[in-house]
Design a protein around this ligand. Structure first.
Ligand SMILES: [Zn+2]
Length: 58
């Protein structure tokens, strides 16, 4: 399984549960990526490893 380095920006709609890349339907893992102003919350598809930025910051 190859983990893609690029992080796709996602605009949250009603629900973000299905991976746009591989159609995995059971939701995402999360990780925290350090940025200039704290951390970005990154969602990771457990199946294909695609990473998504939904705009959450902490
Ligand atoms: Zn996926």
């Amino acid at each position: 399984m190859k983990v893609s380095e690029d992080i796709k920006k996602i605009n949250l709609d009603e629900e973000f549960r299905v991976c746009p890349q591989c159609s995995y339907e059971l939701g995402f893992h999360s990780s925290f990526l350090r940025s200039e102003k704290g951390y970005r919350i990154i969602l990771i598809c457990p199946d294909c490893g695609a990473r998504y930025d939904v705009g959450w910051r902490m």
